[in-house]
Design a protein around this ligand. Structure first.
Ligand SMILES: Nc1ncnc2c1ncn2[C@@H]1O[C@H](COP(=O)(O)OP(=O)(O)OP(=O)(O)O)[C@@H](O)[C@H]1O
Ligand code: SF4
Ligand SMILES: [Mg+2]
Length: 382
């Protein structure tokens, strides 16, 4: 185990590395099995009205410095045709949750070690954690697609933009028969995401575009095949507000046109307020609060969510200084066994020194992990 001061001797590091290799090799061996029968990875949804169900998901990275518990028992649903906004501080596991769903984790270090991700395509339900790679290749692009957070690392620097978007259509859309038809559709897609010189951009390399343009190319690629499930990881962070509004309209349009479900990851509470039906608040790899957008905005319950709400500027509200949450998140390699927010919490009570708080349901849809709502809190502190 890594020491709290962050120091790790070469001997310790070698030992950790050896242990990691043993764990990841075992998991990789399981992954690489051939001819896995469908019965092993087809399942049933708990609620058929959901497009995705994350249940008790644990995704860890086995690094030489120790095990990073990036996603530690995360559960939430994405209902069919709805938008679920996922918010939380940098490093809290938002991207890792979505990469687990796409099976695009950096392996072998990154592994789903426990839990379920059920994906409902309408015809079949897949247990993503057990679905083999060749089936995932079919699901990605055709059924679900992801707008990645970092366009420069997600676009291939040595291929032209046009070739990269063409490739998506070539592999996933069977309706375009000729190269010309595919090119026409690519140019249409580039125009759809607000790229003015679409013919010119078709022949450019990623480094010739601005960050915002690259982001829009990523969005065009993700929406190329009209996916039923869109995972948008900070889709508008690199864009200016006018383009941001256009992209959000585009996502909304697609949602209405083909009843797509959207998992929208963002730091921007304004975007969440505008787009989301449900909100999931994550903190240090866990869901600390979840509910309908109305519940979370009108009655935020967890002190972290309350802090987030207080730190956003509101038009017409005059303040000398915006609120900022003091302190920092715990070290992900050595997580404490008490509430992860405790050392930053201004509402802390004596019972908060106890074990990590369990989930409390405030309504049928609103849940929170915090001792403030635990009727037995005082008794637990004695
Ligand atoms: N390849 C990796 N190897 C080791 N640790 C990783 C890796 N990828 C992510 N992590 C760790 O997993 C945790 C969650 O990362 P994640 O990228 O999901 O954060 P995030 O919530 O998306 O943050 P941001 O808002 O900055 O995008 C972080 O502590 C990060 O250091
Ligand atoms: S459990 Fe206690 S320390 Fe943790 S967020 Fe709630 S009040 Fe704060
Ligand atoms: Mg991220």
């Amino acid at each position: 185990m890594a020491r709290n001061d962050g120091y790790l001797s070469a001997k310790e590091s070698r030992r950790i590395s050896k242990e990691n290799k043993a764990i990841t090799s075992k998991l990789e061996k399981k992954r690489r099995r051939r001819n896995v029968p469908e019965s092993e990875y087809l399942t049933e949804m708990k609620d058929p009205n959901n497009a995705v169900e994350f249940e008790n998901l644990h995704t860890f990275f086995f690094t030489d410095a120790g095990t990073v518990k990036s996603v530690d028992s995360v559960s939430f649903d994405v209902p069919l045709g709805k938008t679920v906004g996922v918010v939380g501080e940098s490093g809290c596991g938002k991207s890792v949750t979505s990469l687990s769903l796409m099976q695009l984790l950096q392996r072998p270090q990154g592994q789903v070690v426990e839990g379920s991700i059920r994906l409902n395509t309408g015809e079949k339900v897949y247990e993503i954690t057990k679905t083999p790679e060749h089936v995932m290749q079919h699901l990605r692009g055709n059924f679900m697609s992801m707008i990645f957070q970092e366009p420069m690392t997600s676009l291939n620097p040595v291929f032209k933009i046009g070739d990269q978007v063409d490739e998506v259509l070539f592999f996933h859309e069977n309706i375009y028969k000729t190269k010309e038809e595919i090119k026409k559709r690519t140019i249409e897609l580039l125009e759809m995401v607000g790229i003015a010189n679409s013919e010119g951009v078709y022949n450019m390399y990623p480094h010739e575009l601005s960050g915002g343009m690259r982001q829009r190319v990523m969005i065009a690629m993700a929406l190329a095949c009209n996916p039923k499930l869109i995972i948008a990881d900070e889709p508008t962070t690199a864009l200016d507000v006018t383009i941001q509004a256009q992209i959000l309209d585009l996502l909304r349009g697609l949602k209405d046109k083909i009843n797509s479900s959207i998992m929208l990851i963002t730091h921007d509470l304004g975007v969440i307020a505008e787009m989301a039906d449900y909100v999931v608040v994550m903190y240090s790899g866990r869901v600390v609060e979840a509910g309908t957008a109305k519940e979370i905005f009108a009655n935020p319950a967890h002190p972290y969510t309350i802090g987030l709400m207080a730190s956003k500027p509101v038009v017409g509200r005059e303040v000398d200084k915006l609120y900022s949450i003091p302190g920092k998140v715990p070290n992900p390699i050595n997580m404490p066994n008490y509430c992860y927010f405790r050392d930053r919490c201004d509402k802390r009570k004596p019972c908060c020194d106890g074990l990590y708080p369990s989930e409390i349901w405030l309504s049928e849809t609103h849940r929170v992990s915090c001792y403030l709502y635990d009727e037995n809190c005082e008794a637990k502190a004695e």
